[in-house]
Design a protein around this ligand. Structure first.
Ligand SMILES: [Zn+2]
Length: 196
């Protein structure tokens, strides 16, 4: 009887442990709500860019912060209020990326890649570059990263975007890639101001 009780206790214990382990994993796969969860996804994104998009990376340091929707809304430019899930600002000596809290992992990966592309643009592209090219390139970077990660649904959401800024700009950059390849895209955005 004593042996039986001990075995039962061990069994219950190991079952509990399994449940908690699964919960931890599902939690990680569902939303990004702490800097500890955001960090590895951000580093994975930087690796994809460095190794697959012609050594794409930034020289200035960066700060990544998670903020609640109201805070992000306050910082967003008027035209984007209520729509932004990420925001980029160059704050004199460092790149600052603000990400909305509780994004699904794929959405976080795509959005943080988009914002990081803006950081790269600050260092490499004409500052008076057309907004269509600017946003189109940032979406193209997000699209590439999502494809590399196998997040094909999220990549398709970018591909089928049809608005006159992001959607239009993305198609322009995709056209440049078709003709000149990835290195050609990087050269194109470093030089182009209008490009429509
Ligand atoms: Zn943008």
């Amino acid at each position: 009887m004593k042996k039986f009780i001990i075995i039962m206790i061990i069994l219950v214990f190991s079952l509990c442990e399994k449940t908690f382990a699964n919960n931890g994993q599902n939690y990680y796969q569902t939303v990004i709500n702490t800097k500890e969860l955001a960090g590895p996804v951000f580093e994975k994104m930087r690796g994809y860019l460095y190794y697959n998009l012609s050594g794409m990376g930034t020289a200035y340091p960066y700060v990544l912060d998670l903020v609640d929707p109201a805070t992000l809304d306050q910082m967003a430019p008027a035209t984007y209020k209520g729509m932004e899930v990420g925001l980029y600002k160059f704050e004199g000596t460092y790149h600052h990326i603000y990400m909305i809290n509780n994004l699904a992992v794929d959405d976080f990966l795509g959005t943080v890649a988009h914002e990081y592309a803006h950081a790269w643009q600050t260092e490499n592209c004409p500052h008076n570059q057309n907004i269509v090219i600017k946003e189109g390139f940032a979406d193209w970077v997000a699209y590439k990263v999502l494809q590399m990660d196998g997040a094909l649904n999220a990549a398709n959401n970018i591909f089928y975007r049809a608005d006159p800024v992001y959607g239009k700009g993305f198609k322009i950059i995709l056209g440049v890639e078709d003709q000149r390849g990835i290195a050609g895209v990087m050269e194109y955005v470093k030089k182009t101001v209008n490009g429509e």
